[in-house]
Ligand binder design. Sequence first.
Ligand SMILES: [Zn+2]
Ligand SMILES: [Zn+2]
Length: 359
Amino acid sequence: MSLGDMAGVMNDGAIIMGDLFCADGHSKDRHNFAISHMHSDHASLLTKCLYNGRVFMTKATRDLLEAINDDSYADRTFDGSIKRKQIQILEYKERAKVLENDIIEYIAFYHSNHALGASQIEITTKDKKRIVYSGDITADDIPPENIHTLILDATHGHPSYDKVKDPASIERRMLDKIDEVTSAENPQSVVIHGHEGKLQEVMTLISNHKTLDNFPMQASAKEIKIADVYRKYDFNIREEITDWSSDKGEEQREETDWPFMEFYTQNTKRTYENKRKAFTFLLTDKSNQTPIIESDNTWTVTTSAHAGHNELLSYVEKAKTTTSEQLRIIVDNSRSKQAKALVGVLRAKGYNVEFQPKI
Ligand SMILES: [Zn+2]
Ligand SMILES: [Zn+2]
């Protein structure tokens, strides 16, 4: 992007919006930042941003990032002589005014179902043009109205990616399989591998499933902290989760005929999975494959956290029909390899669209 542009995606993934804002990344020239959601490809530069200016986000995202980074952003700590700024909390659809160098811009967040706290970000420029960054969105999300420039996430932009069909039946089959292996004659424990957020959603699913009540749940201290945040936002996760690294955790794992359930963010298998003492579930977001792939002592289960190709098209269609502007679209080419394929399809449909960065 050139400096004269109002919006763009930089090589490092920073989303430049209007004259004043930078979203989901860092820019040394900006003093107003926003973070769409907790995932690391969007939020990892938070600390750097806080030394440069204020950072807007939802309360849930702030709570989750405090748990993930084991930090308290209410504290203003010092790095040399530079004081760390505080996070600015915004409710969905609440507008905040920012004034810098005689320029006034507004920021607002719109709900996204991608993860707890997730947002679409809208900046209203000094010329009253609305720039929207979709952030990560799902099939159920609706863009705000009157968009001038839409910066679109393309995680699953390729036409081969489609919506996960019937997620309820996939969850059902997974719970049945957990019931089966934990209650077999030679019962197995269960290790569920997945991303932060998705693991807590599965903890909720299991907590609500009566037959699994008695089996201990284990996770890292960090995942337990994140579960505490989810509980605060009304996810029904069982109170008792044991820290994997504690003595009690080890005792639970050594119990030979009483299975445990572990929630793990790494994709590498534990020794007890390789020794078949525990059954493996790998949660994946790849909606271009069979929803459940059964292999030796392992199920690879597709869960839906991102809109598929057709859902992205209908999101864009909604943005177009609800704006009186000539909609311009910039597809984020820094976080996904699927941006170019999506741009090709959108261009063929007559949209004014490009990908950025141009790499
Ligand atoms: Zn995400
Ligand atoms: Zn993402």
